[in-house]
Design a protein around this ligand. Structure first.
Ligand SMILES: Cc1cc2nc3c(=O)[nH]c(=O)nc-3n(C[C@H](O)[C@H](O)[C@H](O)COP(=O)(O)OP(=O)(O)OC[C@H]3O[C@@H](n4cnc5c(N)ncnc54)[C@H](O)[C@@H]3O)c2cc1C
Length: 334
């Protein structure tokens, strides 16, 4: 285990954030040493992957832990494939495709690590990682215990799981290799892309689907290497349709997905688009022009700039639609 003091934490919003202690783990044997270190220092702990879904403070007065486990293995006995937490998610998706596994392709090009994928139950284009996970292997760094959670134990739901509130470091994930037989091409933007490019769904390979998703994403989402961002900044709320305030805009101007006779999932990007011109300008942070759910920074921003702007958006959305937005990335405090 390597311990660094006052180290910069890499993150895709490019916030200048320093960790008092930064620990890199390379081996399962490091866990006991980590547990002892945490006990002695008695400071808050943050497990970090690639930093693409966090809003970090200027100084994290605690211990940042970065697991470094890169192995990928097949288990033919129970038809699973396991991946270490630091394997890059998209590289893992490509690995599954190279091995003729179906089901991961719609999650192509989501930034970040395998280990973070269950935290907010990553999802895109009609697929969620919870449909692919068999079990999650974790280490409880407070109680010095190894725990394996099966899919049900993880309490997965839309952008949520049990991992958001506990002391577990995920070091390995086990995924089904045979849970999906067919491609899921039902999502509107996939259908549109296939029509526009005269793609026949009957003759499409898993690799083609992956490339198509990557292409669709590159049009709407900024590449964090060029434009700092953390992906979608707000969730899509599920609410009663009758609770939406509609004195300024009509229901037809919103994007709604019906859940049942009363409940709808509301497309937050459209809500923001509708009030975008009324927002106050803030330093160092703005809305990405091709996608209103994405906040981008100019590399000089800090956590306060980003959160102040997000709170301003939340206020304006509440005043206009009576909808309380929820921030999607993890906002880290000390
Ligand atoms: C351009 C862009 C597009 C995106 N598109 C999508 C999308 O389509 N769908 C989607 O769901 N998300 C999307 N995201 C969000 C992001 O890609 C995912 O949340 C991803 O899983 C984050 O991975 P990470 O390794 O960067 O996690 P980090 O940002 O490092 O961490 C995120 C959270 O997970 C915790 N964590 C990380 N690793 C571990 C571990 N090993 N054990 C325990 N806790 C851990 C952290 O403490 C933190 O709370 C997007 C982000 C960007 C920048």
């Amino acid at each position: 285990m390597n311990i660094y003091k006052n180290k910069l934490i890499n993150n895709s919003l490019r916030l200048n954030s320093i960790a008092n202690y930064f620990i890199e783990l390379t081996d399962k044997n490091d866990f006991i040493e980590l547990h002892k270190f945490i006990k002695i220092k008695n400071l808050p702990v943050l497990v970090i992957g690639e930093g693409t879904n966090v809003v970090l403070p200027d100084i994290f007065e605690g211990i940042v832990v970065k697991p470094n486990f890169n192995e990928i293995n097949f288990n033919e006995y129970n038809n699973t494939i396991s991946a270490g937490s630091s394997v890059n998610w998209h590289e893992f998706v490509i690995h599954t495709i190279n091995n003729n596994i179906v089901g991961f392709e719609n999650l192509s090009s989501i930034p970040g690590s395998v280990g973070a994928s269950p935290i907010q139950n990553i999802g895109a284009y009609g697929q969620e990682v919870s449909n692919l996970i068999e079990s999650v292997d974790c280490y409880d760094y407070i109680n010095n215990e190894f725990i394996s959670l099966n899919n049900n134990d993880c309490n997965f739901s839309y952008r949520d799981s049990i991992f958001k509130k506990n002391n577990l470091l995920i070091y390995k994930l086990n995924f089904y290799t045979d849970s999906h037989k067919e491609h899921n091409l039902e999502y509107d933007s996939i259908k549109k892309y296939m029509t526009n490019n005269s793609i026949d769904p009957k003759n499409i390979t898993t690799r083609d689907v992956s490339r198509m998703i990557t292409d669709i994403r590159s049009i709407t989402l900024p590449d964090p290497i060029e434009i700092p961002n953390a992906g979608s900044f707000f969730k899509n709320n599920v609410i009663n349709k009758s609770d939406i305030k509609l004195d300024r805009f009509s229901i037809d101007e919103l994007v709604l997905w019906e859940i049942d006779s009363e409940k709808v999932k509301v497309g937050t990007a459209r809500l923001i688009e509708l009030i975008k011109n009324e927002l106050t300008k803030f330093d160092n942070v703005e809305i990405y022009e091709n996608h209103s759910l994405v906040l981008i920074t100019n590399k000089n921003a800090n956590q306060k700039n980003v959160i102040d702007f997000a709170e301003h958006i939340k206020e304006r959305i509440y005043d206009t639609f009576h909808i309380t937005l929820e921030i999607e990335p993890a906002v880290i405090s000390n």
